[in-house]
Design a protein around this ligand. Structure first.
Ligand code: PEP
Ligand code: MG
Length: 551
């Protein structure tokens, strides 16, 4: 961190962190702290306000209990009793706390407002459970935290999280960023994001890149330097943040912003044409997307199709799983902006760093190596069937491909293939959409020949392939140094995949596909289909047009 020029009012401050998503953005800081962090002084109240504050607590708690009971009811319908049981347990914990009178005594003793008193009670219980080493108690601590957030949120009149309330044009400053937060951000148009800690390969990072939101992470003592309303310049290309910039710095930043916009406009002029190398080899350039907004962006940037539609976003932002009809309607709306171009819909890939609120899996010692992707789909047949039916119904109207995530064993893909065939038969669909497998574990890469027997196409997910090959968690900033998706070991695996796939088409949808410096190597290995973040499409196409493969 370096301190720079002085302005009349505030010192200009340069902070350096790590680059998560490229781009430049500026605006006032919008800080979202942890609503439950204990010890923070709350709003004090007068003795005569006590009854009024107490009267606010009960309805907020009761409404939260009603939400939990409704969640349990709907989960029971779709998944059976075990999952519903978690919400019933939450409801019981909360009822117990309400009836114990602890909220009331805390408020009377502290003379702090309802939000602060209730938050403090939850914080205390959270700390108690957290201090116990046993895994069950640790899980209970997380439950308490979750419950506390819900109740305090209700008291504050919040419908969603404060992340979602970031005013348009502001710079969001958060301690932690979850994939579900970034999902919400697409609608808000924040200028940039600054995060306390975030891994390069974490899903929240990919989503930020996909949405083209400049993001910087790992700034030491972030909240000591940035306060709500501070004027910020965020440089996602250099991993730098400037607080309270002086006029000269601001002018330089503005110039860079305009230059980058101008070059984007130049690139976009031809982005709708196909990308052919100088020796006329066609390379398909598609987009990785999550929401309607990304799909529009992909189309505007000249995507030849959608190489990866991550469906997690349709699940992450909600408390309950969508029904088949809801899913069908949402997928239809999400894919409409592609105007008939092919769309690859990936079946749900949750678990790992993308937990679902309603799928409260028991804590795994290492979630990335546990139940995720296809493993969970096989465990929850109804979840699988609902998706397949919705996707297949959509294939009657649009050119759809179906993609299965996190395949490791040949049995994984053959089992899903069986359900796929039976869903086709049940729906009476004779024109079957292409069915594909993601290759994102070393075992799948080395076993491509066996997996290829069951599919029409393959798609390489280098984000996970890197995490599993280099033994470095994609969402752990502490091992970013090892998380190298361009390591020679990855290229070795890519060559094996390309060779062993035989006649089965192979595309790539991991982040590596959008890295300009490696694209020549990818084409040399034999890749002819790349799926990248929508904002990268024009540049990737432009780069391909300047390459010669027979050189
Ligand atoms: C990948 O692993 O490379 C991939 C594209 O899937 P995700 O990033 O969604 O895990
Ligand atoms: Mg993956």
């Amino acid at each position: 961190m370096t301190v720079g020029t002085q302005t009349k009012t505030k010192m200009e401050l340069r902070l350096s962190g790590s680059r998560i998503a490229p781009g430049l953005g500026s605006g006032p800081a919008w800080i979202v702290g942890d609503g439950l962090k204990g010890g923070s002084p709350g709003r004090s109240i007068e003795a005569l306000e006590v009854e009024k504050e107490l009267a606010r607590i009960r309805p907020a708690v009761d409404a939260t209990i009603a939400d939990l009971d409704e969640s349990a009811r709907r989960l029971e319908e779709q998944f059976g009793p075990p999952l519903a049981g978690i919400f019933r347990a939450h409801s019981a914990i909360l009822s117990g706390l309400r009836d114990s009178g602890e909220f009331e005594s805390e408020l009377r003793a502290s003379l702090d407002d309802a939000e602060t008193s209730v938050g403090r009670v939850f914080h205390r219980w959270h700390k108690k459970f957290e201090a116990l080493r046993d895994e069950t108690f640790q899980q209970r601590a997380a439950d308490i935290r979750d419950l506390g957030r819900r109740v305090v949120g209700r008291l504050r009149g919040e419908v969603g999280s404060r992340v979602r309330e970031a005013p348009p044009g502001s710079v969001l400053v958060v301690e932690q960023l979850l994939p579900s937060d970034v999902v919400a951000l697409s609608k808000l148009d924040v200028a940039a994001v600054i995060v306390g800690a975030l891994g390069q390969g974490a899903h929240a990072s990919l989503l930020a890149r996909e949405k083209g939101i400049p993001t910087v992470a790992a700034i030491p003592d972030l909240f000591d330097h940035i306060h709500t309303g501070d004027d910020l310049l965020v440089d996602g290309n250099r991993g730098e943040v400037i607080v309270s910039p002086g006029p000269e710095t601001r002018k330089l930043f503005q110039d860079r912003l305009e230059t980058s916009r101008a070059s984007m406009v130049r690139c976009q002029g031809v982005c709708h044409d196909p990308a052919r190398t100088l020796d006329r080899v066609f390379v398909q350039v598609e987009g990785n997307v999550g929401t309607n907004h990304d799909v529009e962006l992909a189309f505007e940037n000249g995507a030849d199709g959608i190489g990866l539609l991550r469906t997690e976003q349709l699940y992450l932002a909600r408390d309950l799983p969508p029904t088949e009809d809801e899913l069908f309607a949402e997928l239809r709306a999400a894919t409409a902006p592609m105007h008939g171009k092919p769309i690859t819909i990936r079946l749900l890939d949750v678990g790992g760093d993308k937990p679902l609120s309603f799928l409260r899996l028991t804590a795994a010692s290492n979630p990335a190596l546990g139940r995720r992707g296809v493993r969970l789909l096989l465990e929850y047949p109804e979840l699988l069937r609902t998706q397949l039916n919705a996707v297949l119904r959509l294939s009657r109207e649009q050119e759809i491909r179906v993609l299965v995530p996190m395949v490791t064993l040949e049995e994984d893909i053959s089992a899903i293939r069986d359900v796929f065939e039976s869903s086709l038969a049940a729906l009476g669909i004779s024109e079957r959409p292409p069915f594909g497998a993601m290759i994102e574990t070393p075992a799948a890469a080395l076993g491509v020949a066996a997996i290829a027997k069951h599919v029409d196409f393959l798609s390489v997910g280098t984000n996970d392939l890197a995490q599993y090959t280099l033994a470095a968690a994609r969402d752990d900033p502490a091992v970013n140094r090892y998380y190298l998706d361009d390591h020679p070991a990855i290229f070795r695996l890519l060559s094996i995949i390309a060779a062993d796939a035989g006649r089965t088409p192979v595309s790539m949808c991991g982040e590596l596909a959008g890295r300009e410096e490696v694209i020549p190597q990818l084409l040399a290995i034999g890749f002819r289909s790349l799926s990248v973040a929508p904002t990268l499409i024009p540049r990737v196409k432009a780069l391909i047009r300047g390459l010669r493969l027979d050189a």
